[in-house]
Design a protein around this ligand. Structure first.
Ligand SMILES: [Ca+2]
Ligand SMILES: [Ca+2]
Length: 267
């Protein structure tokens, strides 16, 4: 007896759906979409990246692999306009240079803030400062590059994508936090090289990379003298704004080349 054509087509359809379920369901079950970042922030996935430098300065060595959990980080340095809201709401003291017209434009990075001021702002936002490892991962991704965009002269003249010493890059002092789009890091963060140095959460230890834990390092456990600063500023040369460079200063110091950005941890 011939099979009913209708039942045959039903069978084929069932077969198709079964194949579809086997092939595609496991993938769609296990791959989660990246969480949506809050406005102005970027999602950085969990995972390993190479941190430090095998041939750089002593405190950048050795190159070592570090794992961080996923987190959100500000796409831009914190601007004067953003810091202004913080001052208005909390009554926190104004930064040094607040009245300096060469530094206080609303969309330029806030400067004249100490590490403690930066911590207070971050806490007010429900955020915190980035660890050194989080900062470096956000700046260079996982391919060992020394500048956010890649190699020094990847895109021709470097001054089109970073604010360093001099005015060839259009700015003698600070540049707007959303300027130099072409110098973005692999995750899309701007001014990770240059513009202003950025305070990090960690105490500075020149030998820390030799003893750093592999998972979510947060700097030396005991209190030190200096807090870490990363990325260089508008007073550095192009080599001084490599994303592996490590600088430091005491947590109460304020000057016209130190700013910051914040991180929102993902539980
Ligand atoms: Ca400049
Ligand atoms: Ca910067």
């Amino acid at each position: 007896m011939n099979e009913n054509p209708r039942s045959k087509s039903t069978k084929s359809l069932s077969c198709f759906f079964l194949t579809f379920l086997i092939l595609y369901l496991p993938a769609s079950t296990y791959s989660q979409p990246n969480p949506t970042p809050p406005t102005g922030m970027v999602f950085i996935p969990e995972g390993y990246f190479p941190m430090g430098n095998s041939s750089g300065r002593e405190d950048e060595k050795p190159l070592h692999f570090v794992y961080t959990k996923a987190f959100f980080i500000d796409k831009h340095e914190v601007s004067n306009a953003e810091y202004m809201k913080f001052i208005e709401v909390t009554g926190h003291a104004k930064p040094t240079f607040w009245e300096d017209e060469t530094l206080n434009l609303p969309n330029h990075p806030v400067v004249g803030v100490s590490w403690r001021d930066a911590m207070a702002y971050a806490k007010w936002k429900g955020h915190r400062l980035p660890t050194e490892a989080e900062w470096e991962k956000s700046a260079r991704g996982n391919d060992n590059r020394l500048w956010p965009w890649g190699r020094k002269f990847d895109k021709g003249f470097f001054f089109y994508y970073v604010n360093v010493f001099g005015e060839d890059d259009n700015y003698k002092k600070t540049a707007p936090v959303n300027y130099y789009e072409s110098g973005a890091s692999p995750f899309g963060l701007l001014n990770m090289s240059g513009n202003v140095w950025e305070w990090c959460l960690d105490w500075y230890d020149k030998d820390f990379y030799h003893i750093s834990p592999e998972l979510n390092p947060q700097g030396p456990l005991s209190n030190g003298t200096y807090k870490v600063l990363r990325g260089g500023s508008y007073l550095n040369s192009i080599d001084g704004v490599q994303v592996v460079r490590r600088s430091r200063n005491r947590p109460h110091i304020k000057n016209e080349i130190y700013g910051f950005r914040t991180v929102l941890p993902i539980p």
